[in-house]
Design a protein around this ligand. Structure first.
Ligand SMILES: Cc1cc2nc3c(=O)[nH]c(=O)nc-3n(C[C@H](O)[C@H](O)[C@H](O)COP(=O)(O)OP(=O)(O)OC[C@H]3O[C@@H](n4cnc5c(N)ncnc54)[C@H](O)[C@@H]3O)c2cc1C
Length: 337
């Protein structure tokens, strides 16, 4: 490391943290990432479960993405070439006013999905970086002109020149409270919506002709035939996303009670009389930010602390990437001095 480059710690190895880390490394900074998740994914996670005929994968966070900017579309093409993502032509359905599922006005839509699950993208990006999973940062402490990260287990503290926090807003606000008051305040202004998600698999196809169905929010926002995505195997697998309103109203329910409600609502919506072979539920407490902060990322040069993540500009993979890239670009112009 040259004299003017920094030793940086990045908290969170989702799409924002990884993108920021990659840019910072290309400027010569020494970057180490820590993530409390057991493996790569963040909110692009994939749950694996044993099925009758082999493993079944459920993308229970982001289902995929559709590039909005030409820059992100170009980057997506490089991910396709690297085998990290693949296009998925989804047949789109919607709930009509009579409560029946019908073809949507745009009957098909092109999404990009990670391989062999959404977390494949995160895994691929993480493989180029110094990432440590299953490690939760307990506290960030000042130590003269530098910083020390402490962990929740017996791991030795980690000393560094600068810290990037890419955790969801509520978690960032807690970590930066007391050490970077302006950044903590910015994060405190963002509230996230929860999302209850159910993962179901069946031994026969569910009798609907669509892969992604937009619902009316009572209780679902979207139903996704996960097994229709490329390279997901042949077992019939669905991911059901409850709406943010329903999830907020049921945020304290047990996973079992939520599952009972969602399974029977799914059966009613799709006329599927089969009992699922696999049924489980997951609660994302900080699924999507309700608002942003108006800037794609923040950096306090005196403190050498920065923040990035989808909560800066809106809850999509592309926005998380943009936030991480903007902060990474900013770090190319700063040094440890
Ligand atoms: C159910 C659901 C459906 C979605 N659907 C879509 C979709 O279809 N399309 C789309 O574009 N987007 C979708 N999104 C949004 C998308 O997943 C996010 O916008 C994006 O993944 C956010 O990336 P990020 O890097 O900002 O945050 P994250 O992926 O959340 O990464 C932050 C990381 O910080 C880690 N962390 C937090 N606190 C600590 C700590 N103390 N110590 C260590 N690590 C910590 C977390 O483990 C996490 O991995 C969806 C999200 C959810 C939840």
């Amino acid at each position: 490391m040259k004299g003017n480059q920094m030793k940086l710690a990045v908290i969170g190895a989702g799409i924002a943290g990884l993108t920021c880390a990659k840019e910072a490394m290309s400027a010569g900074h020494e970057v180490t990432l820590f993530d409390k998740g057991r493996g790569p994914g963040g909110r692009c996670s994939t749950r694996r479960m044993p099925g009758k005929d082999g493993e079944i994968r459920f993308d229970h966070g982001a289902i995929g993405f559709r590039p909005q900017s030409s820059e992100f579309a170009e980057l997506t093409e490089t991910w396709v070439e690297a085998g990290l993502v693949k296009p998925w032509q989804a047949r789109i359905g919607q709930l009509n006013s009579a409560g029946r599922i019908e073809a949507a006005d745009d009957a098909e839509a092109l999404y990009y999905v990670g391989l062999p699950g959404m977390n494949g993208l995160i895994k691929g990006l993480a493989s180029e970086l110094d990432c440590h999973f299953g490690i939760r940062i307990h506290e960030v402490r000042q130590n003269g002109d530098s910083w020390v990260l402490t962990f929740e287990d017996d791991m030795p503290d980690f000393a560094c020149d600068g810290v990037i926090c890419s955790a969801p807003a509520e978690q960032t606000a807690i970590l930066l409270d007391g050490i970077a008051p302006e950044l903590a305040k910015q994060a405190q202004h963002v509230e996230s919506s929860p999302c209850w998600t159910a993962m179901l698999s069946f031994s026969a196809p569910v009798p609907v002709d669509f892969d992604l169905i937009h619902m009316d929010g009572r209780p679902f926002s979207r139903l996704v035939r996960n097994s229709a995505k490329p390279e997901r195997g042949c077992a019939e697998a669905w991911v059901l996303q409850a709406s943010s309103e329903w999830s907020e109203d049921h945020v304290d329910w047990s996973a079992d009670d939520v599952l009972t409600e969602l399974v029977s609502a799914f059966a009613a919506a799709t006329d599927c009389s089969e009992t699922p072979d696999i049924a489980t539920a997951h609660r994302w407490l900080y699924a999507t930010p309700k608002s942003g902060v108006g800037v794609p990322a923040s950096w306090e040069p005196d403190l050498k602390i920065g923040t990035c993540g989808d909560w800066h500009i809106g809850g999509t993979i592309e926005n998380a990437w943009l936030s991480g890239r903007v902060l990474g670009e900013r770090l190319k112009t700063v040094s440890s001095g």
